[in-house]
Design a protein around this ligand. Structure first.
Ligand code: ADP
Ligand code: TRP
Length: 324
């Protein structure tokens, strides 16, 4: 049977190439691989749990929509929408809150991690997994592709679906997580995992000069220009292989090993590979940027589709719990 696949992305920063290779690329490719329905949404209500500046939240959500469309998300194939445009999600969150034990939420890693980072917890952060369960269950999603960090949230969603079904009768589909172990961690300019929290990112759609500067400033060791170098120990090479074909990667590795090839040359090759790889997406992004009305229309249509489905499920839920 055709599966309904859904995933959400928080608009919490400027997208970088770690986000692209780690999450965006595969979530966009789903539209051609999944014979069933695909839903992808901007999880703006989740981002609110850390109280971003309103102008930042707005800008990040707009950029996320623009960047996904530029990277090839086809709104005819994937319903693309904003979480906050689906009012039923908040209603379902409330209903699920009433069957969620406090101890269950206290065990959530994401909440514990945020507190460890110094966030003063609010009720929204505490019940974050319940909002996420509502996101998933309201569309009766069969499968949910997420990163490893979201595994526990998916388990909580499944537990809530099972508990609700036991208490009130079979309404929800118990979703399956799809957690790709194959996704490699993209290193940042300092060799650690690329992350917006570490100031080591290469932006996905950075301004050309700024990207060049960032690449040229990647720290390297002091091996002299003439000396042979080991590509597998070099961060520039690790980044280059993301963009290059196996032949190009092999050719660059040989140049490293042959000597008389400096890190400056490698950085130049990386910059060119980055620009080539994203050329058509950058072009499409420029065109889309001139047409904000189109993006709003895509999100409006996506929300219309999602709302239809959400309202059907909510009707069943309201009846099941005795609200109708
Ligand atoms: P950041 O670490 O910059 O805060 P997020 O946590 O917002 O990024 O990540 C959003 C998505 O992008 C997640 O699915 C995550 O797994 C993926 N991602 C982020 N950084 C990387 C990386 N360096 N390598 C691979 N995937 C990444
Ligand atoms: N919590 C997810 C993250 O931070 C985003 C998200 C919210 C999500 N709701 C979802 C992902 C529902 C999948 C399904 O990455």
């Amino acid at each position: 049977m055709a599966k309904r696949i859904l995933t959400g992305i928080q608009p919490s920063g400027i997208l970088h190439i770690g986000n692209y290779f780690g999450a965006m690329k595969s979530s966009i490719e789903l539209q051609n691989q999944n014979p069933g329905e695909t839903y992808l949404f901007i999880a703006d209500l989740h981002s609110l749990t850390v109280n971003p500046k309103p102008e930042d939240l707005r800008m990040h959500a707009q950029r996320l929509a623009l960047d996904y469309l530029a990277c090839g998300l086809d709104p005819e194939k994937t319903a693309f929408f904003r979480q906050s445009d689906i009012p039923g999600v908040c209603e379902l969150t409330w209903i699920l809150n009433t069957i969620t034990g406090l101890g269950f939420l206290e065990r959530a890693h994401s909440y514990k991690d945020k507190i460890a980072k110094g966030f003063i917890p609010n009720n929204g952060l505490f019940s974050y997994p319940v909002l996420m369960a509502a996101d998933i269950l309201i569309y009766k999603s069969d499968q949910v592709p997420v990163g490893k960090d979201q595994k526990q949230h998916l388990e909580m969603t499944r537990d809530l679906a099972i508990k609700f079904n036991q208490m009130y009768g079979d309404v929800f589909v118990v979703p399956e997580p799809i957690i790709s172990e194959a996704v490699a961690v993209v290193p940042g300019t300092d060799g650690q995992k690329m992350s917006k929290s570490y100031n080591n990112t290469i932006e996905l759609f950075g301004e050309e000069k700024a990207v060049r500067k960032k690449i040229m400033s990647i720290p390297t060791d002091s091996t002299p220009m003439e000396a042979p170098k080991d590509p597998d120990k070099c961060n520039i090479f690790a980044l280059y292989r993301l963009f290059a074909t196996p032949e190009q990667t092999g050719a660059l590795a040989s140049r490293y090993r042959a000597g008389n090839f400096g890190y400056g040359h490698a950085k130049q090759a990386l910059f060119e590979a980055y620009m080539d790889y994203f050329a058509s997406m950058r072009k499409r992004r420029e065109e889309l940027e001139k047409n904000p009305g189109y993006i709003q229309e895509v999100l409006r249509k996506g929300a219309e589709r999602a709302n239809r489905l959400a309202e059907q499920t909510l009707d069943e839920v309201r009846k099941a719990v005795g609200l109708r």
